[in-house]
Design a protein around this ligand. Structure first.
Ligand SMILES: Nc1ncnc2c1ncn2[C@@H]1O[C@H](COP(=O)(O)OP(=O)(O)OP(=O)(O)O)[C@@H](O)[C@H]1O
Length: 189
């Protein structure tokens, strides 16, 4: 097992966003996280990543978890090359950043403030592949991607399944049905 949630609840102010949630993620598994706007998908991914603390319950991470947020967050004054070098150093890893940029069709030397939203999404995918976590948490990774970018996303998901487990929040039912083994749906009565 890579990740386990035991009776997790989250409250913001007076509002309970998540209540008594149990969940576990196994190696080799892709789980789609579904539900309408505001149902708590991003909140749940942030809890899984350890970026938020549950109000009640427990989150156990047995593998290294990383979140691809939507939209992805980058230092906008850095170039893609500088950013990937920084990310690799920060996580104490080595990797072929130049090869990753080529594979994802991205320029090395342009500051990220000049990247389109789809280019930023591609860079976020390239970064995740280089950092190769065990728990891959993806928040609407398909948004802003063109057809080629979606193809790259499918490749990333395949590699992620081979390296660990995936939780993928999405509004794209077709994508969920294509890649996920099962779904966790929030906001259902
Ligand atoms: N930091 C916060 N403070 C207060 N309320 C918050 C905070 N973060 C999220 N919420 C609330 O929690 C609820 C769930 O938000 P969340 O972003 O998790 O939903 P979502 O399912 O990811 O939505 P979407 O499909 O629109 O991305 C919303 O009502 C939101 O306003």
């Amino acid at each position: 097992m890579l990740l386990r949630l035991l009776g997790v609840s989250k409250r913001f102010g007076r509002d309970w966003v998540l209540k008594d949630l149990d969940f576990s993620l196994e190696r080799g598994e892709v789980v789609a996280l579904l539900g309408p706007n505001g149902s708590g998908k991003t909140t749940l991914l942030r809890l899984m990543a350890g970026l938020l603390k549950p109000t009640r319950g427990r989150v156990e991470r047995l593998g290294r978890a990383l979140l691809l947020s939507n939209p992805p967050a980058f230092h906008r004054h850095l170039t893609a090359r500088e950013h990937l070098l920084y990310d690799l150093a920060f996580h104490g890893r080595e990797g072929d950043f130049a090869g990753a940029l080529r594979r994802f069709g991205l320029p090395e030397g342009l500051p990220l403030q000049a990247f389109s939203s789809g280019m930023k999404k591609r860079l976020a995918l390239a970064r995740l592949l280089l950092l190769a976590p065990e728990v891959w948490l993806l928040d609407e990774p398909e948004t802003a991607l063109d057809a080629e970018g979606r193809g790259l996303l499918l490749e990333v998901l395949k590699e992620a399944r081979g390296k660990g487990g995936v939780v993928l929040a999405t509004h794209d039912r077709a994508l969920a049905e294509r890649v996920a083994d099962r779904a966790l749906t929030l906001g259902e009565a």
